[in-house]
Design a binder for this molecule. Structure first.
Ligand code: MG
Length: 369
């Protein structure tokens, strides 16, 4: 008898805007965490149903048990069926079906499901209903003490769940237990865990990040020379002044320091590397365009910006009147609230090159999760 983990890595991540299964989540992706969970909880090998998006992550897995990769289907049900068929099972085997998006499920929940499937034919991780439940149409309150909500893993005698899937023809089936109950017999429910929450919405992702992350910080610094015939642009705001900052781009030293802080916090390099100043496509470009590109890079990496703080070092002109608009610009470009953006200015009391009006500098600190 062997336990075959069926790991489902299909489904799109449209609600997230990035691939939730392969994005970094505290050093390991959800896919890596779920594969390790099954391998460490009694599965002897894994069959992973993937999309083109998740295939590279599955191929790069480093787990202690053999892995077979198969194409997922249009629906969850079709992905399960594809994986069951790809598994090359033997009589007496157990299938342990698990959603990769439930990557914090506990080993105890997996072991309980497997143990139950060996004894009774099925073991489905489930939790009691903590909230009151109503039937919307009839306004009827339902007796929640009689109810459970199912999660994964859902473990079954392999031949029985395969036959249930082959009989259904209903490939929109979203729950293995429902099919088992319909075609095979009563399901045994086993203890799940609140940690087995499925990562579906941005709120789920924020919860997942909080589970694994300590905030990361980065710092940035930049200086540009003040010269004649240039516009002075700071934080995306054009500030009336007799000089402007000399640069390949619009010279927005405030945003440059900020971008380097964000890239530093996420170890994604620096702006000189991302936007080389020899590249003609960046000549005169608004630094806000670059900031939005940096924000996209962070999002693709699964990072969330918590807070940024910038100090501009400038003798003249007075900058405070322009900061409300600059804060708005930065918050909009980063997709965070203004409350997460702090801007400050200081003079150097006439000392140094900033104090003599030769240049403007900026220092920034960014905190990301
Ligand atoms: Mg610069």
């Amino acid at each position: 008898m062997s336990c075959i983990g069926i790991l489902l890595c299909g489904g799109s991540s449209q609600r997230m805007g990035f691939n939730k299964l392969t994005a970094p989540l505290g050093g390991e992706s959800a896919l890596q965490r779920s594969a390790a969970l099954l391998a460490q909880s009694g599965c002897h090998r894994l069959v992973i149903a993937v999309t083109e998006d998740t295939r590279p992550g599955a191929e790069a897995l480093n787990v202690a048990v053999p892995v077979t990769i198969c194409a997922g289907g249009e629906t969850r049900g079709q992905s399960v069926l594809n994986a069951l068929r790809a598994a090359d099972s033997q009589p007496g085997d157990i299938a342990v079906i698990h959603d990769a998006a439930r990557c914090f499920q506990t080993q105890a929940a997996v072991r309980a499901a497997i143990d139950s499937a060996q004894r009774t034919g099925s073991g489905v991780a489930a939790l009691p209903m903590a909230d009151s439940v109503f039937e919307r149409e009839t306004q009827r309150p339902l007796d929640r003490s009689k109810m459970v909500r199912t999660q994964t893993p859902q473990a079954f005698r392999f031949d029985r769940i395969l036959s249930a899937y082959e009989q259904t023809g209903d490939q929109a089936a979203t729950d293995d237990a429902a099919l088992y109950a319909k075609y095979v017999g009563p399901v045994t429910f086993t203890p799940g865990s609140e940690l087995g929450r499925k990562l579906t919405t941005p709120e789920d992702w924020a919860w997942a990040k909080a589970m694994v992350s300590v905030p990361r910080t980065g710092m940035g610094f930049d200086t540009h020379v003040l010269g004649e015939g240039r516009k002075l642009i700071l934080g995306g705001v054009e500030i009336p002044f007799e000089k402007g900052l000399v640069a390949h781009s619009d010279g927005d030293v405030l945003l440059h320091a900020l971008m380097d802080a964000l890239l530093g916090a996420t170890s994604l390099g620096d702006i000189g590397h991302l936007f080389p100043d020899r590249d003609p496509q960046y000549a005169g470009i608004s630094s806000r365009v670059l900031l939005r590109q940096v924000a996209d890079c962070l999002r693709e990496g699964g990072f969330t910006v918590i807070h940024v703080d910038v100090t501009v070092i400038c003798q003249r002109p007075k900058l405070a009147p322009y900061f409300p608009q600059a804060r708005q610009n930065i918050a909009a470009d980063l997709g965070i609230s203004e409350d997460g953006v702090s801007l400050k200015a200081t003079t150097t009391e006439g000392m140094n090159d900033e104090g003599r009006g030769l240049c403007i500098s900026a220092q920034a600190v960014a905190t990301v999760l």
